[in-house]
Design a protein around this ligand. Structure first.
Ligand code: NCD
Ligand code: ZN
Ligand code: ZN
Length: 430
């Protein structure tokens, strides 16, 4: 039997420190506990104990671009970031649009054994937006696909989107939309606004996102289906979500750490590390996204971890690929933007980083309360200590972090997956 005793931790940052006993993957006691023989002891020293984080939106580049990230390296980055489950997007090469690929991704994740890697299935064959993929086959495969998305691309055809939503209800899965009306973003390089205009970049207007979100909320409402909106980036989208939720539409949404912290002020650096899709918006958008997350209008934080090779980032802006790393910095950015500002307490962090994403992704064994009888998927956090971001030191193969050199608060000191310590003091433990 594997026994771990976490001594002196504060679940949800509340109350006096307690000991948490984990036996065979399950929390079996909470209180003042004598150390059992052969227990592995974690001295928590009053640190914050949270349910392990769940990322609804990760890009692991396997299969196809293992030079930038593999399922194993991405899993390591996730475990170090406090995650116990991640959803791996379908825009790999080949695309995860069939049972063979999704089962392969699922099994590789289990082999790596650091986080549960749930493959996202593509909505359309080859992400081409023309024909629905076999959602049912993927949902019933070994990987039991629970989330479908063409992320990277928008399911722009309203009839296809309507059909996908209708099928999703019957299958008990959710469609996650990358909301970008492609006709409005041809050649787009940066947020359409003053900064882009001054620097001569083709603009990516807020309306390209908002028009799809409004449309999809209506489609979901009429189909009585569940819709999830990926990487919300504009203040207008938050307003639409609020309106739709008030009407009873079954819509959920995520925001990335980078859209909570960074703005298009970064364009003046000309550094493509800041190029991302959807683009960094304005300060007022970021402020609105923070309050929408605090209020629950936006349900959760998702990283949109997007590793890219040096040659795809270290080039002129227009030819650089969009995307930035996120798994090992997400918690720190959430602390910086949401906890230090008083917008969220640790219960709130547990909600947006773990509980809500687990619910949206239909996971029953993650995002659970820290209570006796619950699975021991946990993250132990030292909230005060600051650290300096160094992309080269991440477990990811790629190093494209927009936070390079920044001092950030919050260190994940231990991560447990089903009672097994996967990361400890910044190192993978197996
Ligand atoms: C993502 C990628 O690199 O796959 N890039 C990004 O800028 N976010 C695709 C996506 O999430 O749309
Ligand atoms: Zn996307
Ligand atoms: Zn993405």
């Amino acid at each position: 039997m594997t026994i771990v005793l976490i001594k002196g931790a504060r679940p949800y940052g509340e109350g006096d420190p307690v000991d948490v006993l984990v036996e065979d993957g399950v929390i079996t006691d909470i209180g003042s506990i004598d150390t059992p023989d052969n227990a592995e002891v974690i001295e928590a020293g009053g640190q914050v104990l949270l349910p392990g984080f769940v990322d609804l939106h990760t890009h692991l580049r396997e299969p196809g671009r293992e030079d930038t990230e593999t399922i194993a390296t991405g899993s390591a980055a996730a475990a170090l970031g406090g995650y116990t489950a991640v959803f791996a997007m379908a825009n790999t090469d080949p695309v995860a649009d069939n049972a063979v690929i999704v089962d392969h991704v699922w099994r590789r994740g289990q082999e790596a054994g650091l986080v549960d890697v749930h493959p996202v299935g593509a909505v359309t064959v080859g992400l081409k937006g023309e024909k629905l993929a076999e959602l049912g086959t993927m949902a019933k495969s070994e990987a039991k696909v629970k989330v479908f998305s063409d992320d990277g691309l928008c399911v722009a055809d309203p009839l296809l989107m309507r059909r996908a939503l209708e099928y999703s209800t019957a299958l008990g899965v959710v469609i996650a939309q990358h909301a970008e009306e492609p006709r409005l973003t041809v050649g787009a390089q940066a947020h359409e606004g003053e900064q882009a205009a001054r620097l001569g970049y083709t603009g990516w207007p807020a309306s390209a996102e908002e028009s799809i979100v409004a449309r999809d909320c209506l489609l979901a409402e009429h189909a009585n289906a569940r819709l999830h909106v990926c990487h919300v980036s504009t203040s207008g989208t938050a307003d639409i979500l609020k309106w739709a939720k008030e009407r009873g539409t079954k819509v959920s949404a995520e925001v990335t750490p980078h859209h909570l912290l960074l703005t298009d002020e970064r364009l003046s650096t000309y550094d493509p590390v800041n190029k991302v899709n959807p683009p960094l918006r304005t300060e007022s958008d970021a402020v609105k996204l923070r309050s929408a997350l605090a209020e629950g209008v936006i349900d959760c934080v998702a990283t949109d971890h997007a590793p890219h090779a040096v040659q795809d980032k270290d080039c002129e802006w227009n030819s650089a690929r969009p995307g930035m790393l996120g798994l090992q910095t997400a918690l720190s950015i959430v602390i910086e933007t949401m906890v230090r500002t008083g917008l969220l307490d640790w219960r709130g962090v547990a909600r947006v980083m773990s509980e809500r994403p687990a619910e949206i992704g239909n996971l029953t064994d993650h995002g659970r309360p820290i209570e006796v009888g619950e699975p021991a998927n946990l993250a132990l956090v030292d909230p005060e200590t600051e650290w300096t971001v160094r992309g080269a030191e991440f477990a990811s193969i790629a190093a494209n972090t927009p936070y390079e050199g920044m001092r950030l608060p919050g260190v994940v000191t231990a991560t447990l997956l089903r009672g097994r310590i996967t990361a400890r003091e910044g190192k993978i433990t197996q």
